[in-house]
Each structure stands twice: as C-alpha cells, then as structure tokens.
Design a protein around this ligand. Sequence first.
Ligand code: ZN
Length: 76
Amino acid sequence: MTCEVCGRAERERRLIRYSFSQGDHLTVVDHVPAEVCPNCGEVSLSPDVVERLQQTVWQQRAPARLIETPVYEFTS
Ligand SMILES: [Zn+2]
C-alpha cells in the first residue's frame, strides 16, 4: 500500500522494535510485524497487531530479557 504520509513509496512489511514509555518505565517489544515506509519512515500497525501488543504487555509475564538503556538530555 502506498504510504499516505509522503505518497512516494510502497510500505514494506518488516519486523520492528516497538517501544513506549510511561514516566520512567520504558517497555520494548521486539519483532513486531509492521508496515514501514522506506521513504519517510512512517510505521503503521494493523489493528490486530495493536491488540496483540496490548495483550502481550498487559499480561505482564516475565520479559524475554532485560536491556540497559542510557538516557541523554538533548543539548542544542
Ligand atoms: Zn512515506
């Protein structure tokens, strides 16, 4: 499907790393199937993938692994 943000490229199916944060709590889900625009980088997830993602996180099972994440302040 043509990207509706830039209209210049066909979106490609890729497995991405999806991350979101609530306050200082960062959650990462690896290998999420998504459609990504190779031109502008717009990522779109299908409704069933979003639902599966929420289930995965809300079930709050032990994560597959833990990663250490440095946090930087943007400096201009
Ligand atoms: Zn695009």
